[in-house]
Design a protein. Sequence first.
Length: 118
Amino acid sequence: MDAATTFEASPTGAPDGGGRQESPDPVALLSTVADPVRWRVLRHLSAGESCVCEIQAQVPVAANLLSYHLRVLREAGLILARKRGRWVDYRLAPEAHERLTAALPVHDQVLAASRVQP
């Protein structure tokens, strides 16, 4: 893949995701998604990859504010970005669901019971 088709986790474009935390504090991760604008972005992206212009139509906030929220989600490792000419496409990170689920407070017995196969 060339640079035009590579998804990056960070606006820096660094191969390792730049400033992204690999194991953020669960409270910090849940606080990231608790913002209503970021939640709407995540809901929109759960349907699939989307251009920033399509996200803007679904999440009606100022462009600079949307850019800020997208950066926060990228830095948290929840979404990935890909430049396509002058456009930027976003999608959920493959591990986003797993990381959010792992951040939820779950009693050990409930967790163990959910892993038992009948």
